[in-house]
Design a protein around this ligand. Structure first.
Ligand SMILES: Cc1cc2nc3c(=O)[nH]c(=O)nc-3n(C[C@H](O)[C@H](O)[C@H](O)COP(=O)(O)O)c2cc1C
Length: 386
């Protein structure tokens, strides 16, 4: 069971400016040398670095980056994070094409789908894309995945998070280099498979969560994954936005929290002002799960984008990577040209707690304070469980 130290030991790593938040010490902290079992996923190097410097573990989402970008960015993450633990996330789904040949997939796109996308350009007056989109600049393929995995293996990250897919030889090579593997799991079945494949740590990521997500809610999923995991530690994810959520995750049997949406409005996170405004205005019922982004179920802010794709006459989204290729340039053009009704972002149901822009250190410190307060409140409520 976790213990809470009121007198924190020395800081982890260099460059921590504010006085460190109190430690929350669960067994998973010892695996990485953390002060608190708070893990953050972010597409932002400054956010990931800041979380690690606060005493948690920042993980950089690199799935849409080229191998060379990953090399450069992980070096930058290390520079900013000092000697604190850091992680990287890749999405490595099985069944992708062999070669990075976007045109080959584009040739396979059905005419009905291409006409629908052309219709969106026309209806919303979207000018032509200025450049290839984030989802089309390369094709999700085995060729790219091999390069990304090599870049990760060459880096000095402490943790490798596998979003979708966990190739056995990659896991083995990571572990030989002393990197720990965390697997994101949306069901107890995923959890058992991940353990058999050598995961050191599991994230039980419930339906509430941002981006690719499964059908099982966080409250139902976490204890089932904990049961399936045996001795392997589990982190609770999907809707973790406050200390109450962290404490609830611990009560469900997790040893810590894995967070994503929490960091989207931080000062270190570069986000378009219109999207920030939408996030701040949104409540939990303003997100939807749609396949229209990538071909797999994906939670995002509701917008004209998700409405158009769920209209009765809309085509069914294609499978990954065809949907990426179908919509990637349009998605890029929507953001580049600021087509407000269609602009959207991946975010979980916890968006209700995104209310203002604050620095990572402040969000982190508040999360820790709230967690301690929530744990104390439960103890008080139950009379110390006499
Ligand atoms: C903007 C955004 C993009 C994400 N992209 C990925 C990704 O590329 N790979 C991945 O494994 N998880 C991704 N996630 C999911 C996170 O890893 C995490 O599981 C999730 O955000 C937890 O739920 P929460 O958003 O409710 O905190 C993303 C999350 C956000 C907010």
């Amino acid at each position: 069971m976790e213990t809470i130290r009121s007198e924190p030991p020395g800081t982890t790593g260099s460059g921590m400016s504010a006085s460190p938040a109190p430690a929350i010490d669960t067994p998973v902290c010892a695996l990485f040398g953390l002060r608190q079992p708070i893990f953050a996923f972010s597409h932002s190097i400054p956010v990931a670095a800041a979380v690690s410097r606060c005493g948690g573990l920042g993980t950089y989402g690199a799935t849409r980056r080229t191998p060379q970008e990953i090399r450069d960015e992980l070096a930058e993450l290390r520079r900013l994070a000092g000697d604190t633990p850091i992680g990287v996330n890749l999405v490595l789904p099985p069944g992708m094409p062999e070669d990075d040949d976007p045109e080959a997939i584009e040739r396979e796109l059905p005419e009905r789908h291409k006409a629908f996308v052309r219709g969106l350009y026309e209806k919303y007056g979207v000018p032509p894309p200025k450049r290839r989109g984030m989802r089309t600049r390369f094709l999700r393929s085995n060729e790219i995945a091999r390069g990304q995995m090599d870049a990760v293996l060459e880096s000095d990250v402490d943790l490798v998070a596998c979003g979708i897919g966990m190739p056995a030889d990659f896991v083995e090579r990571c572990k030989r280099r002393g990197k720990r593997i965390v697997a994101l799991c949306g069901s107890p079945k995923h959890a058992r498979r991940a353990i058999d494949s050598g995961a050191d740590l599991l994230v039980a990521q419930g339906h509430d969560s941002a981006a690719h997500t499964g059908p099982i809610g966080t409250f139902s999923l976490v204890p089932q994954v904990v049961e399936a995991a045996g001795d392997v530690p589990v982190l609770a994810a999907g809707g973790v936005m406050t200390g109450r959520h962290v404490a609830a995750g611990l009560a469900l049997g997790a040893q810590g929290a894995w967070t994503g949406s929490l960091w989207l409005a931080t000062e270190e996170y570069a986000i378009h002002p219109l999207l920030l405004k939408k996030l701040i205005a949104a409540g939990s019922d303003d997100t939807v799960v749609t396949r229209s982004e990538s071909g797999k179920t994906f939670r995002q802010l509701r917008s004209a984008w998700s409405e158009e794709w769920s209209a009765p006459d809309a085509p069914r989204p294609l499978a990954m990577p065809h949907q990426d290729m179908l919509v990637g340039d349009l998605l890029g053009a929507i953001d580049d040209h600021e087509i407000e009704p269609l602009m959207h972002y991946a975010v979980g149901q916890g968006v209700a707690w995104i209310r203002e822009r604050r620095p990572v250190a402040e969000v982190y410190a508040q999360l820790v304070t709230q967690t301690l307060a929530a744990l104390a409140a439960v103890t008080a409520l139950t009379g110390g469980a006499r």
